[in-house]
Design a binder for this molecule. Structure first.
Ligand code: HEM
Length: 453
């Protein structure tokens, strides 16, 4: 805002100049550029870079005098955009070490002020605080309807309604047990699909992604597919999910440099506007089929659950589409990626694999398949899953960031309203002060925390 006012006053000054020869125009343009450059450099001089410098200057705080959050200055104007591409969690963790800012580091993404922590206590402070209940505005998320879904809805009545619906209807034990037999089928199909390959080379990832999508198609839409056969519906949805991931995963310059917004340089708005009608068509069709189903048989999927809600929990059609699309979107690749890492770690650590086999033999034996209820009696397998989640969290930066609704304090530092807050989960789960030999998987015993160590 202040930059706009500064530029405005310069323009007013320019418009008051009476005589405009080409020389004086060039002179004015150069002066304008130099003034802008001086301002940009001045903001950039602050720890955390231009967005923070802009904020502190507005507050009249001089760089050397105040207790400012440490962090990289990045580049003038764009700040540390370069940290947010290709394994951002690695780059942010390295920057935090360089600036001795593991507890709290400030950096700028263009005009966005960001803080990030690599420390579990500060992470708790951020995640438990109602000040950070909101999510930062991300153009693609809004375009893709996520502002009406659980993870991105702005804090308020609708936000609370969605969480109530999720806790009491969608993820309650009764609802989860409804789809147990389908998960069992999918697991058996996965085992057969892998066994059938024999010694041939194949990509286990393809099987896992397809199985995970089939599982979500069943829980959310009540659709049951065979893993071995291909069908247009899941393939269409796979393409929509992949496109959505690709768009949301991009660092959109327009989110942080609003003066670029109209240009849509990365074609993100264009791609969203192509994707949304396809998602709408797909989900609308499924909802319509559920509405028209005269058999009276409930499939007990998420569509049925949402259609059966009454009173304050009843969602509009548009909101239902957003919530159902979010479930498919969030639940598909996360699960597939986690299972792929578990399998990879089992291949690398044969000692752990044989211990898992021993436990499976002990709990289920070899004469019958493993059931979900058996997990209650297992200690080692859940510990292996948690250890893989520790080493390879599918959301290393906890997926979407948080937004400070009001001015607040984090770890003793002033954090203004409008600041984006991130938690570097990947750095926390590899912190040598918390974990002994954090990069290694050890398999001597299972500790109380669930770690195999
Ligand atoms: C291995 C599997 C999964 C992992 C590792 C995972 C991880 C995460 C993470 C890190 C978040 C962000 C939490 C935050 O920012 O506070 C999240 C949010 C969410 N996930 Fe998952 N997820 C998994 C599976 C699923 C599945 C299967 C579904 C749906 C069926 C799902 C639905 C959601 C929803 C709706 C949110 C938003 C919650 C909120 O903002 O309150 N996730 N997940």
């Amino acid at each position: 805002m202040e930059t706009q006012i500064d530029s405005f006053s310069v323009l007013v000054f320019v418009s008051k100049c009476k005589a405009f020869s080409s020389q004086s125009t060039i002179f004015l343009l150069v002066s304008l550029f130099l003034a802008w450059l001086a301002m940009a450099l001045c903001y950039w001089a602050y720890p955390g870079g231009p967005a923070w410098g802009h904020y502190w200057r507005k507050k009249g705080i001089i760089c050397s005098k105040a207790k400012l959050i440490p962090g990289p200055r990045g580049f003038p104007v764009i700040g540390s955009m370069n940290l947010m591409v290709n394994l951002a969690h690695h780059k942010l963790s390295a920057a935090a070490k360089t600036f001795k800012a593991e507890r709290l580091m400030a950096f700028s993404l263009g005009e966005t002020k960001v803080v990030i922590t690599c420390n579990p206590d500060v992470a708790k402070e951020i995640l438990n605080s109602s000040v950070f209940a909101d999510r930062p505005v991300k153009e693609s998320a809004y375009q893709l309807m996520f502002d009406r879904a659980i993870g991105f809805a702005p804090y308020g009545v609708y936000w609370r309604t969605l969480r109530r619906i999720a806790a009491t209807h969608l993820f309650c034990p009764k609802q989860i047990s409804c789809t147990e037999s389908q998960r069992f089928n999918i697991a058996s199909q996965m085992v057969s699909a892998i066994a059938i390959q024999g010694g041939d080379y194949f990509r286990v990832r393809d099987i896992l992604k397809k199985a995970s999508l089939n599982s979500m198609m069943c829980s959310v839409f009540g659709r049951k597919y065979d893993l071995g056969s291909s069908n247009n519906e899941t393939e269409d949805l796979r393409r929509l999910v992949d496109e959505g991931y690709d768009i949301l995963g991009k660092l959109n310059w327009s989110d942080h440099l609003p003066w670029l917004a109209n240009l849509d340089l990365q074609k993100i708005r264009f791609r969203c506007s192509n994707l949304v009608p396809k998602v709408n068509r797909f989900v609308n069709r499924v909802i319509q089929e559920h509405r028209e189903d005269q058999t009276g048989q409930r499939r007990n999927d998420f569509v049925d659950v949402l259609l059966s809600l009454h009173g304050p929990d009843k969602l509009s059609h548009h909101d239902m589409v957003a919530v159902l699309w979010e479930m498919i979107f969030r639940g598909t690749d996360t699960v597939a990626v986690l299972i792929e890492w578990i399998l990879a770690r089992m291949v690398l650590h044969r000692d752990i694999q044989s211990k898992v086999h021993d436990e499976l033999d002990q709990v289920a034996g070899r004469s019958r398949p493993l059931m979900e209820a058996d997990i209650q009696a297992m200690v080692y397998l859940p510990a292996v899953v948690k250890e893989v989640l520790r080493l390879h969290p599918p959301g290393p930066l906890l997926s979407w960031a948080r937004l400070a609704i009001t001015d607040t304090k984090v770890d003793g530092y002033d954090v203004p309203a409008g600041t984006t807050a991130m938690v570097n989960m990947w750095a926390i789960t590899r912190d040598p002060q918390v974990w002994d030999g954090p990069s290694k998987v050890h398999a001597r015993e299972v500790s109380a925390q669930g770690r195999c160590c």
